[in-house]
Ligand binder design. Structure first.
Ligand code: GDP
Length: 301
């Protein structure tokens, strides 16, 4: 079940309750469905979009029973989710002509950024790729320490500098070193201080510029890590980060042990940025490549 047991229970039981004992979809069922979706952290805007589309279908077909409603709902949700068009990431291959492949990882502290970087490094290494990590969150000693632990656990080199040094200098060193070593993948951790948006924007902008001095078309990916267990907070962070920098991929963590996994739908619907990975645990193998069919399946199964 992809570690989504709790989300599934929350989601499915609410929807089942909403339509229990009804034979046809009327306004009352739709009202209850609306409530159920909001309660499952799908978010009000996304919920309204789903309800509106279902209403349209119900009007068109005149009569829709609740089994059909269930199928309709699954279809609407699947259509809403965005999958990454680039399939190479699924087997951790490097797209043609993009070596070293540079991934810049952004997100607020505590969301599971370091863990996600460790898991990603592990997967790339397992696929035979040479990986190098860059500790460009020079603001927190703990961030560098944690990333160092992951680099040892996975068995990949890490580039770091003294606390408080310029993050873009670390990023520059990392890509330089990657080119010198002929590495395949570079994963750079950044500081996630959202309280100062302008500063963050400057910092990320500068990191990108120095990386481009070495590799003009890099970073190839800007991955935003969000904590799925924080529900609507994750949505707000997505809003702020996408306003600050161009985010190309999402990784949503901690979907194990939360009933708030519905937030994935809200994020996908509002930002149209592909969800590439989901985190379902603290261990090295607890990273799943996001597949919308499997995700929706696991919610309704
Ligand atoms: P960072 O501050 O964003 O770098 O966050 P960390 O990677 O240090 O993670 C913060 C905490 O969340 C740690 O205790 C991790 O073990 C935990 N964590 C990260 N990802 C997951 C996940 O997918 N599931 C669970 N249950 N815990 C996670």
């Amino acid at each position: 079940d992809q570690g989504l047991q709790k989300t599934k229970e929350g989601f499915l039981s609410k929807i089942t309750k909403a339509i229990a004992g009804k034979s046809t979809v009327d306004d009352e069922v739709l009202d209850q469905l609306e409530e159920a979706l909001v309660g499952a952290d799908v978010g009000i805007d996304t919920t309204l979009a789903i309800i509106e589309r279902i209403e349209k279908r119900v009007k068109q077909d005149k009569y829709v029973n609740t089994t059909e409603l269930n199928q309709l709902l699954q279809q609407e949700i699947q259509d809403m989710l965005v999958e990454a068009p680039d399939f190479s990431y699924k087997d951790f291959e490097i797209p043609e002509g993009k070596k070293p492949y540079v991934i810049l990882v952004v997100g607020v502290n505590g969301v599971g950024k370091t863990t996600t970087i460790g898991k990603l490094a592990h997967n790339y290494k397992k696929a035979g790729k040479e990986v190098i990590l860059g500790a460009a969150d020079t603001f927190r000693a703990a961030a560098v320490d944690q990333l160092t632990i992951w680099s040892e656990r996975v068995g990949v080199p890490i580039v770091k500098q003294a606390m408080g040094s310029d993050p873009s200098a670390v990023a520059f060193d990392t890509v330089k070193s990657a080119v010198a070593r002929d590495a395949d993948v570079v994963i750079i951790d950044t500081a996630g201080r959202l309280h100062n948006k302008l500063h963050l924007m400057d910092e990320l902008g500068k990191i990108k510029r120095v990386i481009q001095k070495v590799i003009p078309d890099a970073p190839h990916e800007v991955m935003l890590v969000l904590d799925g267990s924080t529900g609507q907070n994750a949505l707000e962070q997505a809003r702020q980060f996408t306003a600050t920098t161009e985010v190309t991929a999402l990784s949503i963590t901690k979907l194990d042990g939360t009933a708030k996994g519905g937030v994935v739908l809200a994020i996908a619907n509002q930002f149209k940025i592909p969800v590439k990975y989901i985190g379902v645990g603290e261990k090295i193998d607890d990273l799943i490549i996001f597949n919308k069919h499997e995700f929706v399946d696991s919610l309704f199964r």
